[in-house]
Design a protein around this ligand. Structure first.
Ligand SMILES: [Cu+2]
Length: 452
């Protein structure tokens, strides 16, 4: 919180800026405060304090950037800077991001708003911000060298434009893009409809798909990686530490998923079918919405889907590429399924008594075992559910649908208790005699030939 003296100080600084005329055209209030976030916890939805009403979004393990009104213009302040982000509890990455975090804070405004976005560059190189999908003047498009000169280190640029349409958009640098995006610079830009009843939902979740290549035991992503990333993240967070999507039974729910990785991600949600209602091009008319249970999110695109949460339970939501629900792993591990490592194990144990052979019966044992890992590294598969290890990582979370969740409550309700008679269970009777197909009993009689 600011005390009175700091507020007066800020006012004086503002006056100095105005008298220098550099800001006179756009601001008589000085720079808006640059809000900072120091935690990766999901922040509650931020209802608008002024202007048109809207139903705010919830960014999983993220937050919404505050704004202020200045003569009818919504002003935001983004600070591009090096950040330390907890990708999971016990694993911190040294990234580049905005306002203390990667991914950057979500920007929320309303169709028809005029926005003024101050971007301060605290990176060691120039940057820019491209407003992906928004319709705006060419000079505000944020392509460094094309729309405007790159923002040099230490400088602040102003982007200002009208929000002509509602929908889901993204922002990211268009300057040394490969490096800056590999380092985690990206965020979501939500423009709410002017009519709060248009496409209204009760819960509106945001997921930005991103990816890093961070060697186990290290902190900084490898920036030259093109395809073989080892950490597949949602809002720069990996399972088991991606927060659940908590939903009250009967809620109308929207999930907006943006993809700024280098590959597509088929996002699959269990327990429901849903309809695709929005792309970064705009809303999909009802007559054109079709049902899905997985929605492929192309590179550099956004898809939103909606469903009514009428099935209670804990429902997995994840990328369907199975390597994307794993944490850091080597891809050059040979397959040992079916191999007899008995003799090899005895030989190795003569030298290293604690050696344990792995992988001869699949790799599920990786989920249960606590293997010694380098510092600042999370296991390849992790997470414990109510019935055992989940053996997941990366792009995975759980949609938790419950009765009696308050509208503003997003806290984890714990695990779902399956009602009696609704959970898979073990057969405890006699097993039949499993006979091989080559035994006399089940031998298939060859078909008589019709040739001849
Ligand atoms: Cu994926």
């Amino acid at each position: 919180m600011m005390n009175r003296r700091q507020i007066l100080g800020a006012g004086a600084a503002g006056a100095a800026l105005v008298s220098s005329q550099a800001w006179g055209k756009t601001s008589n209030m000085g720079l808006p405060e640059a809000a900072l976030m120091d935690t990766a916890a999901t922040q509650p939805p931020k209802a608008p304090s002024t202007g048109l009403d809207y139903n705010p979004v919830v960014t999983l393990n993220g937050w919404t950037l505050p704004f202020r009104m200045n003569n009818g213009v919504k002003e935001f302040h983004l600070v591009a800077e090096p950040v330390e982000r907890e990708l999971a509890d016990g694993m911190t990455a040294h990234l580049w991001g905005y306002n203390g975090q990667s991914t950057g804070p979500t920007i929320e405004a309303v169709e028809g708003d005029r926005v003024r976005i101050y971007v301060t560059n605290k990176l060691p190189e120039h940057t820019s911000v491209h407003w992906h999908g928004l319709i705006l003047p060419s000079g505000m498009d944020g392509v460094g060298g094309l729309s405007h000169p790159g923002i040099p280190p230490g400088k602040t640029f102003i982007y200002e434009f009208d929000l002509t349409k509602s929908g889901t958009f993204m922002y990211h640098p268009h300057a040394d893009e490969m490096v800056q995006m590999a380092m985690g610079m990206m965020g979501m830009f939500i423009v709410h409809p002017k009519d709060p009843d248009f496409m209204r939902v009760d819960r509106d979740f945001l997921i930005m798909l991103n990816a890093f290549d961070i060697d186990p035991g290290t902190f900084v992503p490898r920036i030259m990686t093109m395809a073989d990333f080892n950490l597949w993240t949602w809002n720069s967070r990996i399972f088991p530490d991606i927060d659940p999507l908590v939903v009250n039974k009967g809620d109308k729910v929207r999930v907006r998923v943006g993809n700024l990785t280098m590959t597509n991600h088929p996002i699959h949600m269990h327990g429901y079918d849903f309809k695709v209602t929005c792309t970064d091009g705009g809303w999909v008319p009802e007559s054109a919405q079709w049902p899905e249970v997985s929605i492929d999110i192309p590179v550099g695109a956004m898809r939103a889907y909606e469903f009514v949460a009428d099935h209670l339970g804990d429902w997995a939501i994840h990328c369907h590429k199975s390597h994307h629900t794993m944490n850091a792993m080597g891809h050059d591990v040979p397959t040992f399924i079916g191999a007899d490592k008995g003799k090899l194990t005895r030989q190795i144990r003569a030298l290293q008594p604690e050696y344990m052979p792995m992988g001869t019966a699949g790799m599920a044992d990786m989920g249960e075992m606590s293997m010694p890992l380098p510092d600042n590294t999370v296991p390849m598969m992790a997470g414990w559910g109510p019935h055992g290890p989940l053996e997941m990582g990366g792009m995975f979370s759980v949609v938790k649908v419950r009765d009696g969740i308050r509208p503003d409550d997003y806290s984890d309700p714990g695990w779902y208790q399956n009602p009696p008679g609704t959970q898979a269970y073990e057969w405890t009777g006699e097993l039949p005699d499993f006979t091989r197909a080559d035994s006399a009993q089940t031998q298939i009689t060859p078909k008589p030939t019709t040739k001849g």
